[in-house]
Design a protein. Structure first.
Length: 839
């Protein structure tokens, strides 16, 4: 029978002695915390002890331990009585010592040979000169794996070379790097001169038959090169030693590697190959194919077990979650590039010269778009409606806990998700059952340290709304405050999502990986620590809490904390973040010290400040104290992060953030730019979407509205109380500060415009003037031809998506909604504020 749950003390209680468990998960969930910990300690030991036995599974072993009340010896005794021993040949420990030695030697010599051969081949693929000789230890064993060396070479290239316009950066994961390398190799082979392609076409064709879904079809050379002739001299017998590429007469022309501009895109860096000598086609190709696949299999060096190897290779050939998102990003940028191409073709003097090809067309209308926006507007209400059950807002504010939204930013792998998973777990926002489930699932794929990071992902999956805005939010509560976490991905390719995330919050938690060398790689190289922080500053984040994370990995060493803090403080000063806007908390997301209430290790005496959660509570309270008075005076403004159709006709569900003022059920609001006035029927808040009587500035809520035309509402639309009009515009003047630029910004330069969750293709229409960075009212220069790095300027910006205007507010109207970010070719090029609309 199913275990019963005792709600009072949070423990499971036995209703019946004969409890049956269908699977391991059921037993895990049945145990209380203490039992679960004991089990986690004993179970691995039991498994080890039963290695020579067959016929057991995890549930059986766990049940035995559980039934013997965690007396491991007794449990094992009983299990061994019931189980059969494996046959001698299946038990390596039963082999004679000599046999074991012989087997080990045979295996290791096989592995060394394979690795050496692969290294020869790969060395040529990725240029030996760049990799350098492989470091070995005193026993002659390689110090780093081939895959590691390839990944590090790739990493160096990505981080030292300018990026080409449409470059989509590879995922940081090794698997993705190697997959990308494989694809780049393919692309380069496709562009190789026809006369040199014959061997490669064969390789490609072989690969294509095997994995047609992964590899794009190879272009056939225009003039086919006759197959290489085979003569006896060059005959390679099936029994001979596998040839190296030199023996096969194949060399790579590496001149493309010197082209530093394209280096980042070239991945493994092969541009051409030339067949020098003839070879026996069949044997050579099958060998090459094997080697090629081995080299490009991310799993190659790790195992000799063929089944495992095959399974792993198959798994790695599937698109990883990273790859799926990267692919979507790539498509999005391709669309932008298409639009930008059309935009570039337009001269400023004659903006209507959009070529027919690049002009956008409506699916239902074959005509190219006109300059006039295609947008349905509705009848805007002019008089407000009263709340259905009016409440006294002052009394409501008095009893309401302060609310704070924050984003977690930082370099890839800085431990952001783990930190948030830990935080949610420790404050009680996720239950034990979920954590145990995630632990089991992550252990199954050998990534047990990720189980806390999966907490954020898990909640994201459960909340469909994350899909549109590509960020996820999670609510939690402490005794003092309520919070909304906005999770921003660290990877460079997700910066647009990070912008959307950062622009929705009051505070940023900057996660810094304090482990040895990790901070440096996230900071000094082209990492996201700097870009995210600059974005946070540009988008009006009020306070940055620096979570000095992974301090457990440096034994809570104060010197490390001080070094990183001083380097970051200099950087903060450079970008105008004041010291009173920052707090510093040493912590470990993995083990929990410094996050909520887990105390620091006894040895850590140098930090006496608040934990991460306490720091968040302090800021939340002080912002609330300073601003709650304004809430009753400001007009209600709301930005939309997600829109869906309600269950009733003409009902829309809008998820977003209250940007100013307050709202109650029964009030009428207008949605811009479609100017449709709708009635707010319900306000829902929190992870459980509980109905609340009112929402105030800073709250993340869902508004159920009636009388809506859902098809005319989009992410990024603004909602305002009746009587407060919002302009919708396509052109505006802006005061911007440029970032580090590879190329100057010119009139006509296409950019991607970001305002909160709203993202639109745009272009710089006019450079009006250069202004003083400290005081924008001081004009330094008029008649500006281009903008370089780190310059402050007044510019006119034009949105190039003509079908729909977007609702805009100036900075003076709303400090948050008036902020913008401009990106170009995957890089943030400027940030600023909107000064005036429709210039
Ligand atoms: N020693 C130690 N390792 C940690 C800590 N926090 C995270 N890690 C490890 O660091 C790795 C990355 O952690 P994540 O939480 O996935 O990092 P992330 O910043 O969310 O990664 P992205 O979302 O890919 O940018 C995982 O292997 C974690 O187990 C910590 O406090 N101490």
């Amino acid at each position: 029978m199913a275990p019963a749950y005792d709600d009072d003390d949070g423990d499971y209680s036995y209703e019946d002695d004969a409890v049956e468990f269908q699977d391991e998960a059921a037993l895990d969930d049945y145990m209380n915390d203490e039992e679960y910990e004991l089990m986690n300690d004993m179970f691995p030991r039991a498994k080890k002890d039963l290695a020579e036995y067959q016929g057991w599974d995890n549930l059986k072993v766990k049940l035995a331990i559980f039934d013997h009340e965690f007396n491991l010896d007794e449990a094992l005794k009983e299990l061994k009585r019931d189980l059969k021993k494996k046959k001698p040949e299946e038990t390596p420990s039963k082999m004679s010592a000599l046999e074991q030695l012989a087997r080990r030697r045979a295996l290791s010599s096989k592995k060394v040979n394979a690795t050496e051969e692969t290294f020869k081949l790969t060395g040529r693929l990725s240029t030996l000169s760049t990799l350098g000789p492989r470091e070995r230890n005193s026993n002659g064993k390689p110090l780093s794996s081939l895959a590691g060396r390839l990944a590090s070479l790739q990493y160096k290239r990505e981080n030292t070379s300018p990026k080409s316009p449409d470059h989509v950066k590879p995922s940081h994961s090794l698997a993705s790097r190697l997959t990308l390398g494989k694809n780049n190799l393919q692309e380069q082979v496709e562009s190789a001169p026809d006369s040199r392609i014959s061997l490669y076409s064969k390789l490609s064709a072989l690969r294509k038959t095997k994995d047609s879904s992964q590899v794009p079809p190879m272009k056939e050379p225009q003039d086919k090169v006759p197959p290489p002739q085979v003569n006896d001299k060059d005959h390679i017998s099936a029994n001979s030693k596998p040839p190296t590429f030199e023996e096969l007469g194949v060399v790579f022309n590496l001149h493309a590697l010197s082209d530093s501009h394209n280096l980042a895109e070239k991945s493994l860096g092969i541009s051409e190959l030339v067949t020098k000598r003839d070879l026996k086609e069949k044997t050579a190709i099958s060998r090459l194919k094997r080697k090629y696949e081995d080299v490009h299999s991310p799993y190659f060096p790790s195992t000799n077990d063929q089944t495992a190897k095959k399974q792993a290779s198959t798994n790695f050939k599937k698109q990883s979650p990273d790859d799926v998102v990267l692919e979507a990003q790539k498509r999005a940028f391709e669309d932008v590039a298409k639009v930008s191409k059309g935009v570039e073709a337009v001269t400023l003097e004659n903006p209507k010269q959009v070529s027919d090809e690049s002009a956008d067309t409506d699916e239902n209308d074959d005509k190219p778009f006109s300059k006039e926006p295609v947008m349905r507007t509705h009848n805007k209400a002019t008089s407000p409606t009263k709340p259905k059950n009016p409440i006294d807002m002052n009394a409501f504010l008095h009893q309401k806990k302060p609310h704070l939204s924050f984003v977690v930013i930082g370099h890839v792998d800085a431990g952001k998700s783990t930190l948030m998973g830990r935080l949610l777990y420790d404050v009680g926002a996720v239950d034990n059952k979920l954590i145990r489930k995630l632990k089991r699932e992550s252990e199954m794929i050998g990534k047990s340290s990720f189980h806390l990071a999966w907490v954020m992902d898990q909640t994201a999956e459960e909340r469909n709304r994350g899909v549109t805005v590509d960020i996820c939010t999670s609510d939690f509560e402490t005794n003092a405050s309520t919070f909304t976490i906005v999770d921003a991905p660290g990877h460079r390719d997700f910066v647009p999502n990070a912008i959307a995330g950062v622009s929705q919050v009051d505070v940023a938690v900057l996660s810094i990986d304090c482990s040895t060398d990790a901070f440096e790689s996230g900071f000094n190289l082209d990492g996201q620590t700097k870009e995210h922080t600059i974005l946070a500053r540009s988008l009006g984040v009020r306070h940055i809490i620096v979570a000095m994370n992974k301090m457990d990995s440096v034994d809570w060493y104060e010197g490390r904390f001080i070094d990183i803090k001083s380097e970051l403080t200099n950087f903060f000063e450079d970008i105008g973040i004041k010291s009173e806007q920052t707090s510093w908390v040493p912590c470990s997301g993995l083990s929990g010290e410094g996050v909520f209430d887990k105390s620091y290790p006894a040895g850590l005496t140098w930090y006496k400040g608040p934990s991460l959660v306490k720091s968040l509570e302090n800021i939340s309270q002080s912002l609330f104290d300073n601003e709650s008075a304004e809430v009753t005076k400001e007009p209600f403004l709301f930005s939309t992060f997600d829109v869906s159709q309600g269950t009733k006709p003409n009902e829309a569900i809008l998820f977003g953030r209250v940007e100013s003022g307050h709202i109650q059920g029964g009030e009428t609001v207008t949605i811009y730019p479609s100017e449709q006035s709708v009635l707010v029927t319900q306000i829902l808040a929190g992870n459980n979407q509980v109905q609340v009587p009112a929402a105030i500035k800073g709250d993340f809520v869902t508004l159920k509205v009636r009388n809506a035309y859902v098809e005319d509402i989009q992410v990024g639309d603004l909602v305002a109380i009746v009587g407060y009009d919002i302009e919708s515009a396509q052109e505006f003047s802006s005061q911007i500060l440029t970032f580090k630029l590879d190329r100057p910004l010119l009139p006509g330069t296409p950019v991607m415009f970001f305002r909160g969750s709203c993202e639109q293709p745009a272009r710089i229409k006019k450079l009006v003037s250069l202004v003083d960075k400290a005081d924008a009212s001081k004009i330094i220069k008029k008649k500006v031809r281009h903008l370089g790095s780190n310059q402050a300027a007044i510019v006119e910006i034009e949105l190039t998506e003509k079908k729909r205007r977007i609702p805009l507010t100036t900075f003076s109207q709303n400090k948050r909604l008036g902020r913008i970010v401009l990106r170009k070719e995957g890089r943030t090029v400027a940030a600023g504020v909107i000064k005036t609309l429709d210039v």
